[in-house]
Design a protein around this ligand. Structure first.
Ligand code: NAD
Length: 495
């Protein structure tokens, strides 16, 4: 089955097994050419969100009782459909988001890979187990939680939605998903493709702004929230969820440190390319990307020189639909202005600002939400460009004295999502042990260092709970123990 993805594309909500034509649509501009519209997304009402929740609540009554094999079969068919359409979907994603083709392909790969992992591991993770020993018999069940509200951000709109859909539905939950208005088209199409393989009401999608999110996170019929987005929004969501004590998974912001130890080889060109791409993949708009670079003072000068060479070679800024482009525009004007504000603050503080990379077509560059990837040297450790999550194409490079100093600087943040340590492997692993983060990568960073078989998530204000791996799948179930002990009475009841 093939789907229509030509732009400008109009997408709609999908509620209770039906496409719901919206009365009002909003344009999603193409960030590389803001005068062009990539498509139109429905501005759904709070009533639409309520209807979707009601449908999911009704569907849950029977979906929770379905056999796991049936869920696996349906999800496999859904994945196959997405796979069949992946090339067209990748182009659409690139156009509405601004991420270059290789990057959109990467997101599609992660999306398919984790959905397939969830299917392949569903039986192992979700089946009930029965254990019997001299203390009695225990049946451990993994019960679905109920209606799940899933809310995703704009930077990785597809993968951060499908990684919630697959485990939630396989576990027997139903779902209402709300994507971000900044990249709503591909994810809405894909969600619809998946939803069509399930009974009406099992998977629903509504689009809209914060008020839809507020309904999805406060409605009493919702039992679980799976949220990915900023830390400030995460705080609102915890408050919304509090009244009815909802189960929550929060994947929030990151300000990921990258530490380059004194034994890191600055002449390793492949590693230098990896670093540069780790800084500017998706134009720096990724939660798990190296955002603060700490370099040992003994290799700092040479590091900066080699870094600039690699950045100027590998950062080709331009039309995201061209194969050679490695950096596209910033996704939206507001984010572009925020990043420029951080650079201006750095300039006013007297830090050294260096623009890197090559622009092929200046006219094209000047029309879209483009900016040169920017490196800031000599910033104070507590400056804005270091302390705030920039979420865009600017990165500070700073010096440290010794391992202890690097660890102290890396951990000096309320965020703790991912991190990376670069250098001799055993030395890097030892330093990694002291970093406060959910994931630390050695000699790589960003998506290249993601292993979807293992849990992913943040410590401190970067979140609660995990996605990916078995641990991520278990976020969508409540355990239910049926205990039949041999010793049924308290042993020491006074006679
Ligand atoms: P955001 O928090 O502004 O928005 C995320 C989603 O929440 C959107 O769909 C938005 O419409 C919705 N929303 C906004 N206000 C809401 C409210 N009050 N209640 C419920 N929903 C609400 O985030 P963003 O700008 O789309 O994404 C960027 C942020 O996401 C960055 O901080 C980034 O680090 C983070 N992020 C984290 C991860 C992770 O896995 N930890 C992954 C990607 C992005």
């Amino acid at each position: 089955m093939t789907i229509k993805t030509e732009t400008p594309l109009t997408v709609n909500a999908y509620i209770n097994g039906e496409i719901v034509e919206s009365e009002q649509h909003e344009p999603r501009e193409n960030p590389a050419k803001p005068q062009e519209t990539a498509g139109y997304w429905p501005l759904n009402s709070v009533d639409d969100a309520k209807r979707a929740i009601d449908a999911a609540d009704e569907a849950f009554k029977s979906w929770k009782k379905t056999d796991l094999n049936e869920r696996i079969e349906r999800m496999q068919k859904a994945i196959d459909k997405v796979r069949e359409n992946q090339n067209d979907l990748v182009k659409l994603l690139s156009e509405e988001h601004g991420k270059p083709l290789y990057d959109a392909e990467g997101e599609m790969t992660v999306s398919l890979m984790f959905m397939q992992y969830a299917v392949d591991n569903a039986e192992r993770v979700y089946s009930e187990t029965v254990n019997e020993d001299d203390r009695g018999k225990n049946v451990l069940r993994h019960e679905p939680i109920g209606v799940v509200s899933a809310i995703s951000p704009w930077n990785y709109p597809l993968a951060l939605s499908t990684e919630k859909i697959a485990p939630a539905l396989l576990a027997g939950n139903t779902m209402v998903l709300k994507p971000s208005p900044m990249a709503p088209l591909t994810v809405t199409l894909v969600t619809q493709l998946i939803a069509e393989e399930f009974p009406a009401g099992v998977l629903n999608i509504v689009n809209g702004e914060a008020e839809i999110g507020i309904e999805l996170t406060s409605n009493e019929k919702v039992r679980k929230i799976a949220f990915t987005g900023g830390t400030a929004t995460g705080r609102h969501i915890m408050k919304s969820a509090a009244d009815t004590i909802k189960n929550i998974t929060l994947e929030l912001g990151g300000n990921d440190p990258a530490i380059f130890l004194e034994d890191f080889d600055v002449n390793d060109e492949a590693a230098m390319r990896r670093i540069v791409i780790s800084n500017f993949l998706t134009g720096g708009q990724i939660c798990m990307i190296a955002k603060r670079m700490y370099v040992h003072e003994s290799i700092y000068d040479e590091f900066v020189e080699k870094y600039m060479e690699a950045a100027n070679k590998w950062l080709r800024i331009g039309d995201p639909t061209l194969e050679e482009t490695t950096v596209g525009p910033v996704n939206n004007k507001q984010q572009l202005e925020f990043v420029q504000e951080l650079i201006e603050d750095s300039r006013q503080n007297g830090y050294e600002i260096r623009e890197v990379g090559k622009v092929a077509d200046e006219d094209f560059f000047n029309n879209g939400y483009f900016m040169y990837p920017t490196v800031v040297l000599g910033a104070d450790y507590d400056s804005r460009v270091v302390a705030e999550e920039q979420f865009g194409p600017v990165v500070p490079i700073l010096k440290f004295r010794d391992d202890e100093h690097a660890i102290e600087l890396a951990n000096d943040s309320e965020l703790g999502l991912t991190s990376s340590v670069w250098g001799e492997e055993e030395h890097a692993i030892e330093v990694s042990r002291h970093i406060e983060a959910g994931v630390t990568m050695v000699n790589t960073a960003a998506i290249q260092g993601l292993d979807i078989r293992y849990p992913f998530g943040g410590v401190k204000q970067s979140g609660i709970g995990r996605e990916y791996g078995e641990e991520g799948m278990l976020e969508y179930v409540d355990s239910h123990v049926i205990n039949i002990p041999k010793q049924k009475d308290l042993p020491h009841i006074p006679q």
